[in-house]
Ligand binder design. Structure first.
Ligand SMILES: Cc1ncc(COP(=O)(O)O)c(C=O)c1O
Length: 479
């Protein structure tokens, strides 16, 4: 199968095309982009960002007229991204004083901001109270008391939303499941009861304007969301009964998925990295259910991050070396987990295509690794492969079917990537769907410069978003 055929079969994102032997994205030749701007290079699409924002907002509003979308800026808080979403009618979720600063710089008004976080500092709390933002999402009883005390001392009222544990663990991997009582987030029912008792007794400087929950990330399960709506409906009633005050909003969090797998429909090969439905269709169902169960008196808030930016960027990386080992060709990219920590931390799958060999007909299976000095810097599951071998050696009687089941439970990523057999050093490979949880998580390990980012604008221009580090940046904070 030619890469061109494979490309069609594996459903490359909107915006991709082929020109001669090269792949293009929003009309730009990817090989030429890599050569002109250098690699590794993040390439964002303004078209896709605006499409994601408007379709998610429209989906949410189709289900509930008073829906608002607070973009979870942790996913990517680059100024250009925040400004585009602001122009397109999104509000913003922040997770630190730093993100609050960036949100304000990009033009978001205080009532367009909600503030999450499990360990907010006193100064972050003071700042949020002084600004009178839409809500501080309170994560714990201790924090609630702290906010109350600081608001009273400042002679103000703090607008808060109570983050609750719904007992629903959505999300592709354990590290990004946030809705159960074993995670570090939110208040359990006992803690919630304690919070309500404290509010009745001493909550004079606190305005409870909402409740909040967030079940995880890359949640490809509409049912899980619908269960969380029922939970939210019950809890909203409980707050109103106990505190006698109507809530102004219910915040159902984010977590909506994108299709990282690019496998043909029905393929379950990298199940947790796929998305059976589009985020906008899922949120529409969730919002419609919320309208039925919670009503239209309150505003309905959503906090999507990944679904807003994930598929709006790709990463161009050059192959710097190669070898033959263990029956496979290996290729060495100039991009490692210092640019996408999730590739190592939670073994995230990023689909790869050779940007300069679109018409190749012969394919081969490559072991793909990054440039850093440890074995974890690879695009297969080195830890899982090791663990599987070890467990298997202790269970010699497993049938082949049982072995296979164990293998797919333990090993999270494919061992190899299918690329044109002619792929060699100097080729430019594009990693897809790298817009979320990458730019702000880059670091300079091994003396590596953090990558540059550009945006392809609607007018067809290539504008800078982030400058590549220079060697001086590697030492600029040293004293
Ligand atoms: C409270 C909260 N809201 C929203 C998000 C965004 O999640 P996602 O990017 O999966 O939509 C997160 C992610 O960690 C979160 O913790």
């Amino acid at each position: 199968m030619s890469q061109s055929e494979m490309t069609k079969k594996t459903i490359l994102p909107a915006g991709f095309d082929e020109r001669d032997t090269h792949l293009t994205f929003d009309g730009h030749d990817l090989v030429a982009l890599g050569q002109e701007h250098g690699t590794p290079l993040f390439v964002f699409s303004e078209r896709q960002l605006r499409h994601n924002a408007s379709s998610f907002l429209a989906g949410a509003r189709a289900g509930h007229q008073r829906a608002r979308v607070f973009y979870a800026s942790k996913a990517c808080s680059n100024r250009r991204v925040l400004e585009i979403f602001h122009e397109d009618g999104l509000d913003i979720e922040v997770n630190s004083g730093g993100e609050l600063y960036k949100a304000q710089r990009a033009g978001y008004a205080p009532r367009q901001i909600v503030f999450n976080g499990v360990a907010k500092s006193a100064s972050e709390i003071d700042h949020a109270i002084a600004l009178d933002i839409q809500a501080i999402n309170v994560d714990a009883v201790y924090e609630l008391r702290r906010i109350g005390e600081r608001a009273r001392a400042a002679g103000r009222k703090a607008r808060v939303s109570l983050r609750l544990v719904p007992g629903i663990a959505g999300g592709a991997t354990p590290g990004i499941q946030t809705g159960s009582a074993t995670s570090k987030f939110g208040m359990t029912q006992d803690e919630f009861a304690e919070a309500l008792a404290w509010l009745k007794k001493a909550g004079d400087a606190v305005d409870v304007v909402g409740i909040h929950l967030h079940i995880g990330s890359q949640v490809d399960d509409t049912e899980a969301y619908l269960r969380s709506v029922s939970f939210a409906a019950e809890q909203a009633k409980r707050v109103q009964q106990q505190l006698g005050a109507a809530l102004s909003h219910v915040n159902l969090g984010g977590g909506y998925p994108i299709d990282y797998s690019h496998q043909p429909a029905g393929s379950n090969e990298f199940g947790q990295y796929g998305a059976m439905r589009k985020a906008e269709a899922m949120v529409s169902d969730v919002a419609a259910t919320a309208r039925k169960l919670i009503g239209t008196e309150v505003e309905l808030l959503f906090e999507p991050g990944r679904a807003m930016v994930g598929n709006a960027a790709l990463l161009l990386t050059t192959i710097e070396s190669c070898r033959q080992r263990g029956g496979h060709p290996w290729i060495y990219l100039d991009a490692g987990y210092n640019l996408m920590i999730d590739a190592a931390a939670v073994r995230w799958y990023y689909h790869m295509v050779n940007a300069g060999r679109a018409q190749a007909s012969e394919m081969a299976d490559f072991r793909v690794v990054g440039p850093l000095c440890d074995s974890a810097d690879c695009f297969f599951d080195v830890e899982g492969e090791y663990l599987f071998k070890k467990v298997l050696s202790r269970l010699p009687d497993l049938t082949p079917a049982q072995q296979e089941e164990l293998r797919s439970d333990i090993i999270r990523l494919p061992a190899t990537r299918r690329l044109p057999a002619a792929t060699i050093p100097g080729d430019i490979v594009a990693l897809l769907d790298v817009g979320a949880y990458t730019l702000e998580e880059m670091f300079q390990y091994c003396g590596r410069q953090r990558a540059a980012a550009v945006m392809l604008t609607l007018e067809g221009n290539v504008v800078p978003m982030l400058a590549r580090d220079e060697n001086a940046d590697l030492v600029s904070q040293e004293r």
